[in-house]
Design a protein around this ligand. Structure first.
Ligand SMILES: Cc1cc2nc3c(=O)[nH]c(=O)nc-3n(C[C@H](O)[C@H](O)[C@H](O)COP(=O)(O)O)c2cc1C
Length: 302
C-alpha cells in the first residue's frame, strides 16, 4: 500500500484515512498468498477457532490477511506520506501509522523502545498531524501482542509521547477478552493518548479444505481474521472503552473498527459510542462505502 490508495480514499469521502503501518526500516512481506476468504457462520468466537479457507469471496465477507506488516524504508514512505498530508482537503485528516520492531540481534527492551521513539521522530518529519501506533499486530505472535503487556505498553506510550509533544496520538489495540486486563491497559495508557482505535483482526487457525495449513510458512497457521464476522467484537470494545473513559475520568476519543462492511454498520458503531468509524476489509471490497454512509446518515453529513 502507498499514498495512491490514501489519495483515492480521500477523493471518495473517507475523511480519516490511516496510512497503514510502516516501520523505521525496510521490512519484507510474508510470501503470497496474503489474503484468503474464510467462511464463518455468524460471529467469529474470540479464541481457539478452526476455520477453512474458501476459494470465493462471498457476503457477508470475512477474510484472513497475513502480510507481516511489511514496510518500505523511511526514505520512500516519508515523502509519500508527506504528499498525502498535503493532499487532504479541509475537514480531512491523514493519520500516519507505525509500529516498533523487535530487535533481531540482542538489544532487548531498550532497543525496542528506542525504535518506537525513532518511529515517532520519523513521523513528525513528514508533517503528519496525527499519529497512530499499532500495539496490536498479530503477526508478532498472539502471546506477544504489546497491548496485552500493560506495563510495557505504559513505558512505550510515555516514550512516544515525549517525542511527539503536542501531536495527537492514537493507539491501536486488539480485542480484549479479559475486562480486568483492559482496564489495567487503559489506566496505564489512557492519560497519554488522544484516541484509542480498536479492534485489529482476531486470530484463528486457518486450514485448506484438505486440512493443510492455508498460508505457507512458519508461524502462519494462526492468522488474523477481519470483516463481517468480527463486527460484534469491535462494537463490544467500543462500549467497554466508552465505559472505562467515564469510570477513569479520561478524555480520549474512540475510533471503532472491525466488520464495517455496509452503511448501517456506521450507525451501529456510533450508537455504541464511537467518535469515529473506520473500515479496512469493507472499504477494500467497496470503495463507495464512505459515499454510501454519507448518503444514508444525516448525522455523518453534519
Ligand atoms: C489487507 C489488510 C491490511 C492491514 N494492515 C494493517 C496495518 O498495517 N496496521 C494495522 O493497524 N491494521 C491493519 N489491518 C487491520 C485493520 O486496520 C483492522 O483493524 C481490521 O482489519 C479489522 O477491521 P475490518 O473488519 O474493517 O477489516 C489490516 C487489515 C487488512 C484487511
Amino acid at each position: 500500500m502507498n499514498g495512491k490508495y490514501v489519495k483515492a480514499a480521500l477523493d471518495t469521502g473517507f475523511d480519516l484515512p490511516v496510512y497503514k503501518t510502516v516501520r523505521t526500516h525496510a521490512y519484507k512481506s510474508h510470501p503470497w498468498p496474503n489474503v484468503l476468504p474464510v467462511h464463518v457462520e455468524g460471529d467469529l468466537p474470540a479464541g481457539g477457532v478452526k476455520l477453512t479457507a474458501g476459494e470465493e469471496y462471498t457476503q457477508p465477507l470475512s477474510i484472513t490477511n497475513s502480510f507481516g506488516v511489511p514496510s518500505m524504508p523511511p526514505d520512500v514512505w516519508q515523502p509519500d506520506l508527506a504528499d498525502c498530508v498535503r493532499y487532504a482537503k479541509p475537514g480531512q485528516l491523514v493519520i500516519g501509522s507505525y509500529q516498533g520492531t523487535l530487535p533481531e540481534r540482542g538489544g532487548g527492551v531498550t532497543e525496542y523502545i528506542e525504535d518506537f521513539r525513532r518511529g515517532a521522530r520519523l513521523m513528525l518529519e513528514t508533517g503528519v498531524k496525527a499519529v497512530e501506533v499499532n500495539f496490536s499486530c498479530p503477526n508478532e505472535g498472539t502471546a506477544n501482542l504489546l497491548c496485552f503487556d500493560t506495563e510495557r505498553s505504559r513505558v512505550v506510550v510515555e516514550a512516544i509521547r515525549e517525542e511527539l509533544g503536542a501531536t495527537p496520538l492514537l493507539i491501536k489495540v486488539a480485542y480484549f477478552k479479559d475486562d480486568t486486563k483492559l482496564r489495567e491497559l487503559i489506566r496505564n495508557i489512557g492519560p497519554y493518548v488522544s484516541a484509542i482505535s480498536s479492534i485489529n483482526t482476531i486470530s484463528a487457525e486457518v486450514r485448506k479444505a484438505d486440512g493443510e495449513q492455508a498460508l505457507p510458512g512458519e508461524g502462519r497457521l494462526m492468522s488474523g481474521v477481519c470483516g463481517a464476522s468480527i463486527r460484534w467484537a469491535g462494537l463490544e470494545m467500543v462500549q467497554k472503552l466508552a465505559r472505562l473513559r467515564d469510570e477513569l475520568g479520561l478524555s480520549y476519543e474512540i475510533c471503532g473498527v472491525g466488520g464495517v462492511t455496509v452503511a448501517e454498520d456506521y450507525a451501529a458503531y456510533r450508537a455504541a459510542g464511537a467518535d469515529a468509524v473506520m473500515s479496512a476489509t469493507g472499504a477494500m471490497w467497496n470503495p463507495a462505502l464512505a459515499e454510501e454512509i454519507w448518503n444514508e446518515n444525516e448525522e455523518a453529513r453534519a
